[in-house]
Design a protein around this ligand. Structure first.
Ligand code: ADP
Ligand code: MG
Length: 266
């Protein structure tokens, strides 16, 4: 049985004036503990797909299963980080993280909840900002708190939609390392669906990269070779260059298709 199974899923957005097919018969199977990165041009349906797995929307055709059971809504077995930070504006940074921990039912005891919230604020480098409200923090800081909140929930499945897009480069690298440590190097590896625009980020994080074109999956690439190798070594492997070139070509093919010609000079 797969941890997540997306089976022939289509999604038609409809309002009174028009219809738009955002996903067309997409199938994707994710094993327990597998880290899958979804990459592809803007508007191809990445956020739509991940929101279906989160149970925030429903397919118009096909099924999504988690542990063999049809998804009927959001659930505490899935943690989600959204593309745009989504903190509770009336709660401090620490209370935002505590809220997630309470939702996940990890602890009942307030002291334990407080300690875990402090631990995860420290992991994202924001322990000094525990008592600040979102409006007192930059966009990148708010996103790091949203990430701390979701990671602290320790869910079996993590759904992350361009989570590091608003974060500065130094903290982005630190968050990538943190994600690897919490999701891949821990005893109970998590199943992760991680949407990113960044080719290097996808290669560093993923066991498998899923490249999407509008409405569909175009290609899947296994990248297990990054396991147990330090970041600077990954960059020197021939496999890294091979995967990188393949992904660059897929993006260029997409640009070529959109401007309607084969010969694109970049
Ligand atoms: P991505 O995350 O890959 O950039 P999205 O999944 O957000 O793309 O969107 C895929 C397509 O579906 C886009 O063309 C977008 O305009 C369209 N879309 C997304 N949400 C809606 C909606 N609620 N109603 C109509 N169209 C939508
Ligand atoms: Mg998106």
């Amino acid at each position: 049985m797969y941890k997540v199974e997306i089976n022939n899923v289509s999604l038609l957005f409809k309002d009174s004036e028009k219809e738009f097919l955002a996903l067309d018969k997409v199938s994707l199977k994710i094993e327990e503990g597998e880290f899958v990165c979804i990459i592809g041009p803007s508007g191809c349906g990445k956020s739509t797909l991940i929101s279906l797995v989160a149970g925030l929307n429903f397919p118009t055709e096909g099924e999504i299963y988690i542990d063999g059971k049809t998804v009927t809504g959001a659930g505490t077995n899935r943690g989600m980080v959204f593309q745009h930070y989504s903190l509770f504006l009336w709660l401090t940074a620490k209370k935002n993280v505590s809220f997630g921990i309470k939702q996940a039912n990890l602890f009942k005891d307030k002291k334990q909840i407080d300690e875990r919230a402090a631990e995860f604020l420290e992991k994202v480098g924001l322990e000094e900002y525990a008592d600040k409200y979102p409006y007192q923090l930059s966009g990148g800081m708010q996103q790091r708190i949203a990430i701390a909140r979701t990671l602290a929930m320790d869910t079996e499945i993590l759904l992350m939609d361009e989570p590091f897009g608003a974060v500065d480069p130094k903290n982005r690298l630190a968050l990538q390392d943190l994600t690897v440590n919490l999701c891949k190097k821990c005893e109970d590896r998590k199943a992760v669906v991680f949407v990113t625009h960044d080719i290097d980020e996808a290669i560093f994080l993923a066991d498998r990269i899923v490249f999407m074109e509008p409405k569909k999956i175009k290609e899947q690439i296994k990248v297990g070779f990054t396991k147990n190798i330090a970041r600077d070594q990954v960059l020197r492997t021939p496999e890294y260059m091979e995967v990188r070139n393949r992904l660059m070509n897929l993006f260029y093919e997409d640009i070529g298709n959109r401007i309607g010609g084969e010969e694109v000079v970049i």
